[in-house]
Design a protein around this ligand. Structure first.
Ligand code: MN
Length: 316
């Protein structure tokens, strides 16, 4: 087994359970219970799953929208801070196995800037994870300048995790099997990342770093399309869109365990830009681990994707 660092591994803290519950209303109650047990465990269940899959370090992040779904900015800021303190205590118990991504309430941009700094400096977190839009606010919004300034200065990776779109996409009406993880989240999250590129965010913050799961939410496959259409529509950016995706965005394999998209991501973005993730407990950690161990790629590339890239990019 190749040693792995896993980057999209979820947990729940007591204050955030109510935001998570609506995300499992459609799964059988027994499975929701199975997930809840694993999300709230930081001991044997999680460590055994990691061990079986060859994961030597999990970077933990909260599950569900968390405070991204909170309407009251004061409550959101307070609950995010509590969740980060909660996670810091769990990491402290097993610093050799766990790292963390900060949970951030972007409802208050100045507060978000201060919290990501506190999490990076004091709690030694590896970056932040933001669960998509915050009540319809995307991360390219000009009001978030203080947050991006600080994230860039800290060298913090901001992982954009999928969430439901604000309004369910009409094209999927009547085909519930295509909602959410099948297709809807990929389009929503890929679009979110493209907003950052096309709004010129990376011209303003050239060292800002964003991570995407699911092999880059289809972006690596479409680089040339973004460049040719940006030209056609007269998009004014310092570089071609594909160059920002290569320079400012890194991706993880979470939930996509197939060689073709892995090679596409590696070829499109570079072998130093793709990292492992198992999306515990939503995906089968064994399947993720076996994929990374067995996929037909050179051994030095396997070691880079499984471990070295994350160790370097997240300073783990
Ligand atoms: Mn996930």
């Amino acid at each position: 087994m190749v040693q792995k660092i896993a980057l999209e591994e979820h947990f729940l803290s007591p204050g955030l359970v109510d935001y998570w519950k609506p995300t499992v209303t459609e799964v059988p109650p027994a499975f929701a219970e199975h997930l809840y047990k694993r999300l709230t465990d930081f001991g044997d269940l999680r460590l055994e799953a990691m061990d079986k899959a060859g994961i030597v370090r999990s970077v933990l992040s909260i599950s569900g929208p968390g405070v991204q779904a909170e309407r009251d900015p004061v409550v959101a800021t307070k609950k995010a801070r509590e969740a980060n303190d909660f996670l810091a205590v769990e990491i402290q118990k097993r610093p050799d196995s766990y790292s963390g991504f900060a949970h951030i309430a972007v409802q208050d941009a100045q507060g978000a800037a201060d919290e990501i700094e506190r999490c990076m400096r004091d709690l030694k977190f590896a970056g932040a994870m933001i669960n998509g839009h915050t009540n319809g606010l995307y991360l390219d919004d000009p009001s978030l300048a203080p947050f991006w300034e600080r994230a860039e200065a800290l060298g913090a990776i901001v992982y954009i995790h999928p969430t439901d779109p604000l309004v369910p996409a009409p094209v999927l009406n009547g085909v519930p099997a295509l909602r959410r993880a099948t297709w809807e989240w990929g389009f929503e999250t890929g679009s979110h990342a493209l907003r950052l590129v096309f709004s010129g965010l990376f011209d303003r913050y050239p060292k800002a770093k964003v991570a995407l799961g699911h092999m880059g939410e289809t972006l690596p496959y479409l680089l040339s399309r973004f460049d040719s259409r940006a030209k056609l529509y007269g998009v004014k950016l310092a570089k071609e869109p594909s160059q920002y995706i290569k320079d400012n965005i890194v991706v993880t394999v979470s939930g996509v365990y197939a060689r073709e998209p892995l090679m596409c991501a590696v070829d499109a973005l570079g072998r130093d830009r793709v990292m492992f993730a198992a999306d515990y407990p939503f995906e089968d950690v064994m399947e993720a681990g076996h994929f990374m161990d067995d996929v037909s790629i050179p051994e030095d590339l396997r070691a880079d994707v499984a471990y070295n890239n994350a160790a370097r990019l997240l300073k783990l």
